[in-house]
Write a protein that binds this ligand. Structure first.
Ligand SMILES: [Ca+2]
Length: 346
């Protein structure tokens, strides 16, 4: 190797290492992502009930910080399509990713209530969104999955009305995608309780959840057993709170607005700790599973919204325990305050 070439290689590898894009250990010990050195990114669709609990907003930000993942489409789910899609749009603008196509999810009768991030959303006009807006978000999901050269990962972090509708319209999507969801309660309920619960995303639409979990795609879920234990506090929370990163700042601004409306869900001090960040675990599971204890379990869905281990039900990968929960908190804080993933196609 010529000296000049060798110098260039050394310089490039060093620069890559310093910017955290090759598989070197970062200061907190995590293998940094390898997105910019020819590693294939995973095409992702996010299906979200953003605008109710605040964890979807954290999860969206986290997804934009994962260079392994290439967000191709984000669709609002579980009704209130106008509010949720406007919120998605304004969040993506604030987070510096207004190139991401978004889709309007289906209306769900009877779903309404207060807009807990309405004070941040203001009178934002969806027409001003620079990216593409699909009026039929379900069809956009189907079209993307069927046309993608690589299998799509569908990350679903809400009740599954859109996903069930998509499977009904076009069952072949299950041959072309894998499903990762924040759903259920297998052995643990809310807040680490040993009473299993009819978890919200399942309970709101049990039939839709049953359709999604039993479809013939690879299914991975984080039930309350793992996602219900995630909460940033101490140094991991303050790292995000003190960050000047636009994604972190947008999350915190929305968190404060949301907490003022939702004192029933918000912790006592929003400046010291997060609420439970259920949905962020589904994002993590699209990148890897090493921090979780995974089990392959046959899971059935009852009409009341319980997820039971049921012989004969479809087996799926279930994150039933944490191997290293504190490492997950550190990973989240590091990602949320790190660089944005490149735009799609880069
Ligand atoms: Ca959610």
């Amino acid at each position: 190797m010529k000296t000049s070439l060798r110098r260039w290689v050394v310089r490039t590898v060093l620069a890559a290492a310093l910017s955290g894009v090759v598989g070197v250990l970062s200061p907190t010990g995590f293998a940094a992502p390898a997105a910019s050195v020819g590693v294939q990114r995973i095409p992702v669709i996010l299906d979200t009930d953003i605008g109710d609990d605040i964890d979807d907003t954290w999860a969206l930000g986290l997804l934009l910080k994962c260079p392994e993942l290439d967000l191709k489409l984000a669709v609002s789910d579980y009704g209130r399509p106008t509010y949720r899609t406007r919120l998605l749009a304004k969040l993506l603008v604030a987070m510096g990713r207004s190139d991401v196509p978004i889709g309007v999810g289906i209306e769900v009768a009877g779903v309404g209530g207060e807009e807990s991030q309405g004070a941040w959303l203001g009178d934002y006009d969806l027409k001003t969104y620079p990216g593409r807006v699909h009026a039929d978000g379900v069809q956009a999901m189907i079209d993307l999955i069927l046309s993608s050269p690589k299998p799509v990962t569908l990350i679903a972090i809400g009740p599954l009305s859109n996903v069930a509708e998509a499977l009904k319209r076009e069952p072949r999507i299950a041959e072309r995608a894998r499903f990762i969801g924040m759903h259920g309660s297998v052995r643990i309920g809310y807040g680490g309780s040993t009473n299993v619960a009819a978890e919200w995303n399942v309970k709101c639409a049990p039939a839709a959840c049953r359709a999604a979990l039993s479809a013939p795609w690879e299914v991975t879920i984080t039930p309350l057993d793992t996602c219900g234990l995630v909460q940033l506090s101490g140094s991991t929370f303050s790292k995000v709170r003190e960050s000047n990163d636009p994604v972190a700042k947008t999350i915190l601004a929305n968190y404060r607005v949301w907490a003022a409306k939702r004192s029933d869900l918000a912790p006592p001090s929003v400046e010291r700790l997060s609420s439970t960040l259920f949905d962020c675990v589904a994002i993590y599971l699209a990148t890897g599973t090493e921090l979780c204890g995974m089990e392959r379990l046959p899971i059935g869905v009852t009409d009341e919204g319980f997820t039971r281990i049921e012989p004969g039900a479809k087996p799926m990968q279930v994150a039933t325990s944490w191997k290293r929960l504190e490492s997950f908190h550190e990973w989240m804080a590091e990602r949320l305050t790190g660089p944005n993933a490149p735009a799609s196609g880069h």
